[in-house]
Design a protein around this ligand. Structure first.
Ligand SMILES: [Zn+2]
Length: 167
């Protein structure tokens, strides 16, 4: 069976997504759009934590569809903490009126960044093993044409070679 998915440009994909995703069934907050870039590998159709109805979550990437599914050495959120912390420290140098507050916030954020980085490195082998398992499960999922079609309907770009894979 051959499917021709609708190809959407990146821009269209972005404007389509709301700032916050709310479950249409129970009204529970599912995710914020800004958090959608630091994704995880797994099936993007997930049950709503409130009512269990399945929804599409763009934070989850199907690893079998990624070119090189691998875990980042350090996730972006950690760099965010460190940079924000450094900005506060810089502020403490120039804004004498708030020196102590800025200094405390800066040190706290940098410390949080360093701690998260160490924690990430510590759990990396475990995560890598999980990713291997997830890849196997993912390959099974994407071998179904109906599943690929569902992904394409939700704006996921499915590489051509996956469609023409011998079954
Ligand atoms: Zn719900």
């Amino acid at each position: 069976m051959k499917i021709t998915p609708k190809v959407k440009s990146k821009k269209q994909e972005k404007t389509k997504r709301p700032m916050v995703a709310i479950c249409p069934d129970c009204g529970k907050l599912l995710y914020y759009r800004f958090a959608a870039s630091d994704g995880e590998y797994g099936c993007p159709f997930r049950p709503c934590p409130g009512c269990g109805v399945e929804y599409f979550d763009p934070r989850w990437k199907e690893p079998a569809l990624e070119k090189e599914p691998k875990l980042p050495k350090l996730p972006r959120t950690i760099w965010g903490y460190v940079l924000l912390g450094l900005a506060f420290l810089l502020g403490a140098v120039f804004m004498a009126g708030y020196r102590l507050e800025l200094l405390l916030l800066g040190v706290l954020l940098v410390a949080l960044g360093v701690w998260s980085a160490l924690e990430w490195r510590r759990t990396l082998p475990e995560r890598q093993a999980q990713l291997k398992e997830e890849l196997k499960a993912s390959a099974v999922r994407v071998s179904k044409a109906s599943y690929l079609e569902r992904l394409a309907q939700n704006g996921v770009k499915v590489p051509k070679k996956i469609y023409h894979q011998p079954k």
